[in-house]
Design a protein around this ligand. Structure first.
Ligand code: GLC
Length: 530
């Protein structure tokens, strides 16, 4: 039997748009959908296949849209439904698919369901859509268990009952304004199905599923054995990755199968390969984010292990591997690799490595410009993590600063207002799209070229990766092709000395070669007949 024809997303380059920070069309200092539509040609130039937009549905924005008050309407801040329709039409006209974030694990506390639950009081059906529990200790003064919020502080908040007295507590794995939904209540799935179909009928090409490993809670909500770290958790944390989450994914997939071209990409923070792979079984998610590269130092052994584990995990279910270096939660890779020139060099090298791999690639807006994380002053921080951690964790705003488009001073064409929702640093002047567009040496030109080669050449079609022997501090792999056909070789030098190039003809290098050798902190693609 031959393999079925590949789906569009199996080798796609996705571009993640953090809509607040991409482009502001109406001068309020916050990015919006018409701003994105106005700048789609940047994405056409870059050569991406699809975009993933972080949440744009109706929200009080306590967690910048991950607190959804109406999952089937677009927030006026982002331009409302009409702007969304304009975006879909304009993107599709340009051959770019559009995927959107959906947030099944929780709602906003402003959602009508939660408001109804508060008003209805203990023991009611309205409360059963969430996790309301009596407190422990005298007068229920203590939270029902010891779980912590991912953003810091307890995962429980006590409510004032309709009679005016302190009463039950409700669970929120994230901010107080993000109450967790009870997926054992069938209404929760029914409503989510409505949401999926609503957007699919309006032309979206798929969904990024927020906290896809989090919707199922353990029976009885037992205490956690260990104290959790802020913004991180382990595989055995009772708050996440419970086995019955897979039944939910199967139900979601059954809906998606009515739209066979659409894709789901789950946010799956699971480390163990076998457990991670369960999420991408043939009747669950199409794709799962594998975050290993976001947690990897610029070190050949670590990178090798991260890549091999990601490949192994996907192979367990014959699923498509996925690659991510940065996103709106984990920070920007330029800063992770040391900032400045060295950070940029390494980020380029890693981009080449990532784009050489089989599978689906995710680029985070600004990554193509080499944006670093930004040191922001305390008074502008907005991530709920900052306050909830008692101002010990600065949170994720550093990697959410708006995109610099043009000009020499903030707001760099992002907005007509100088008062952007996060301040833009002066040194973004060197990184604007305008500056980089016509500079053949720029990060932007480099990304454009790499994507063009990846899309255009047959060397990138096979699904296998073979590691070749490499000098200390370096790694080399090839994408084997049919005998007699050209194959791709990718070498990355994370060591301290230049290394000899593997045999082949250079297709693209992330830095100029030195005397025909690959310098430290760089990578190269070569083609050769295998
Ligand atoms: C996911 C999102 C993150 C958000 C959280 C709660 O981890 O990526 O940005 O804060 O879910 O919805």
């Amino acid at each position: 039997m031959t393999d079925p024809a590949p789906m569009w997303w199996q080798s796609a380059v996705f571009y993640q748009v953090y809509p607040r920070s991409f482009a502001d069309s109406d001068g309020d200092g916050v990015g919006d959908l018409d701003g994105l539509t106005d700048h789609l040609d940047h994405l056409v130039d870059l050569g991406v296949d699809a975009i993933w937009i972080n949440p744009v549905t109706v929200s009080p924005m306590a967690d910048h849209g991950y607190d959804v008050a109406d999952p089937r309407d677009i927030d006026p801040l982002f331009g409302g439904m009409a702007a969304f329709e304009r975006l879909i039409a304009a993107a599709h006209e340009r051959g770019i698919r559009v995927t959107m974030d959906v947030v099944p694990n929780h709602t906003s506390s402003a959602h009508p369901w939660f408001q109804a639950a508060l008003a209805a009081g203990p023991g009611t059906e309205a409360r059963d859509r969430y996790f309301f529990r009596d407190g422990r200790g005298p007068d229920g003064l203590l939270p029902p268990n010891n779980w912590e919020s991912v953003f810091g502080g307890p995962a429980w908040t006590r409510v004032v009952e309709p009679d005016g007295h302190p009463g039950q507590w409700y669970l929120h794995l994230f901010d107080t304004e993000q109450p967790d939904l009870n997926w054992d209540n069938p209404e929760v799935f029914d409503d989510f199905e409505k949401t999926l179909r609503f957007w699919l009928e309006r032309g979206v090409d798929g969904f990024r599923i927020d906290v896809a490993h989090g919707m199922a809670k353990p029976e009885g909500l037992p205490d956690a054995a260990d104290e959790a770290e802020i913004l991180r958790h382990t595989d055995d944390d009772p708050r996440f990755n419970r086995p019955h989450v897979h039944a939910i994914h199967r139900d979601i997939r059954a809906v998606m199968d009515d739209y066979p071209d659409a894709v789901t990409i789950g946010e799956v923070w699971v480390q163990d390969n076998a457990q991670w792979a369960e999420y991408v079984r043939p009747d669950e998610l199409h794709l799962g984010f594998n975050f290993r590269l976001t947690r990897t130092e610029f070190d050949a052994t670590e990178i090798h292990n991260a890549v091999q584990n990601s490949l192994d995990a996907a192979a367990l279910e014959n699923a498509t591997p996925t690659w991510t270096l940065a996103n709106h939660d984990v920070g920007r890779e330029v800063s992770r690799y040391g900032d400045g020139e060295i950070g940029l060099r390494r980020a380029r090298a890693m981009a080449l490595l990532m784009l050489a791999l089989p599978g689906t690639v995710f680029i985070y807006n600004g990554q193509e410009l080499g944006l670093p994380d930004v040191d922001l002053p305390d008074e502008v921080l907005q991530d709920p993590t900052w306050e909830r951690s008692g101002r010990t964790e600065r949170g994720r705003d550093r990697c959410r600063v708006p995109m610099p488009w043009s000009g020499d001073a903030p707001p760099f064409g992002f907005s007509t207002s100088a008062d952007t929702w996060l301040p833009m640093p002066d040194d973004f002047a060197a990184l604007t799209v305008e500056r980089q567009r016509n500079d053949p040496e720029s990060m932007l030109s480099f990304f454009r070229r790499a994507i063009e080669i990846r899309k255009g050449r047959a060397e990138f079609q096979g699904g296998d990766v073979d590691w070749l022997s490499a000098p200390k501090g370096a790694l080399i792999f090839r994408r084997p092709n049919l005998p007699g056909e050209s194959e791709l070789v990718c070498a990355l030098n994370a060591g301290r000395r230049p290394i000899a190039l593997p045999r082949g003809e250079v297709l693209l290098a992330s830095a100029p070669l030195i005397d025909g050798q690959l310098p430290p902190d760089s990578a190269v693609w070569l083609t050769r007949v295998g």
